[in-house]
Write a protein that binds this ligand. Structure first.
Ligand code: SAM
Ligand code: GLN
Length: 278
């Protein structure tokens, strides 16, 4: 255990007793003999004080039941995304499309957080294959590391733009399609917490839609294109910004989805849309 002097020094540097504790625990558990715990803790503390996200410094972070490797190659998984997974699971369980063998697709998987959680949490209930896609090869490298911890069984990893990453034969057979696409509007960049500047731009920012909904173009692409990939009764769940939910619900309904509902996050805010293929 680090002595009290080091702990108060690190607390002072990072401005948080809890973060100091995490940093010290991390350094101690990773220390090789001869390594100087105090120097390493001080180095991490000053990087944190200079604005790097704690999660990247620790190198791993929990998401639902999993402990995921996190690096600057991909977005740090967020608590609101855990709620989107929860809503998707609830909807899938209410109708259980694909009885017997569920085909699940996580588009824009980043660390693999969403798809790997679904694999881990549904494994006792159904046979399952999870497709993890991203256009970023670096993100997929990380997803591959996280997938490796769960064993390779039932995981397909594909690089490419949204639906183009999927194999044609999957069309009409997906039982649960889920995505947390980029949805932050470029116009909001200046007001963002500077800690977000350490995450990949392509994970966060999306263009405005043609009819002017800020940051909505990727959400729109996904809702417009999803239906042909889904099996009858297949579920689509997408995370988005609060001010995009109304447009997304309208678009989902006009695109042919049924039972379209809003996903609410832990703070009570609308944060996504879930619907089903007819
Ligand atoms: N699913 C992860 C999570 O929830 O933590 C990461 C979500 S991050 C907000 C969005 C992801 O979508 C990034 O990994 C990014 O590389 C990927 N992405 C962005 N544009 C894409 C596109 N046109 N096609 C495929 N993936 C894309
Ligand atoms: N929830 C993230 C944020 O605003 C945005 C993630 C995203 O664009 N999908 O911090």
């Amino acid at each position: 255990m680090a002595d009290g002097t080091l702990r108060s020094e690190v607390t002072k540097t990072v401005g948080s007793a809890q973060e100091a504790l995490w940093i010290l625990e991390h350094v101690e558990s990773h220390a090789r003999s001869g390594e100087d715990v105090a120097d390493e803790a001080r180095a991490l503390a000053s990087r944190r004080a200079a604005g790097e996200p704690l999660q990247y410094l620790l190198g791993s972070w929990p998401f639902r039941t999993l402990e995921l490797s996190v690096t600057p190659s991909a977005l740090i998984p967020r608590p609101e995304t855990e709620q989107v997974v929860e809503a998707a699971l609830r909807r899938w369980r209410s109708t259980r499309p694909g009885d017997g063998h569920a085909i699940v697709v996580d588009l824009g998987t980043g660390t693999g957080a969403i798809g790997l959680s679904l694999l881990a949490e549904l494994a006792d209930e159904t046979e399952i294959t999870v497709w993890l896609t991203d256009r970023s090869p670096d993100a997929l490298e990380l997803a591959r590391v996280n997938a490796g911890r769960l064993g390779a069984e039932g995981i397909e990893i594909r690089q490419g733009e949204w639906f183009a990453a999927l194999d044609g034969p999957l069309a009409g057979s997906v039982h649960l399609m889920i995505s947390n696409p980029p949805y932050v509007a470029e116009r909001d960049r200046a007001g963002l917490d500077p800690v977000l500047s350490h995450e990949p731009d392509e994970a966060l920012f999306s263009a405005d839609s043609a009819d002017g909904v800020p940051g909505f173009s990727d959400v729109e692409t996904l809702i417009r294109g999803a239906l042909p990939w889904l099996a009858p009764g297949g579920v689509l769940a997408i995370e988005m910004a609060e001010n995009q939910v109304e447009a997304a619900r309208g678009l989902a309904t006009s695109s042919g989805f049924v039972n379209v509902e809003t996903i609410i996050d832990l703070a009570g805010k609308p944060r996504g849309v879930v619907g089903e293929a007819p």
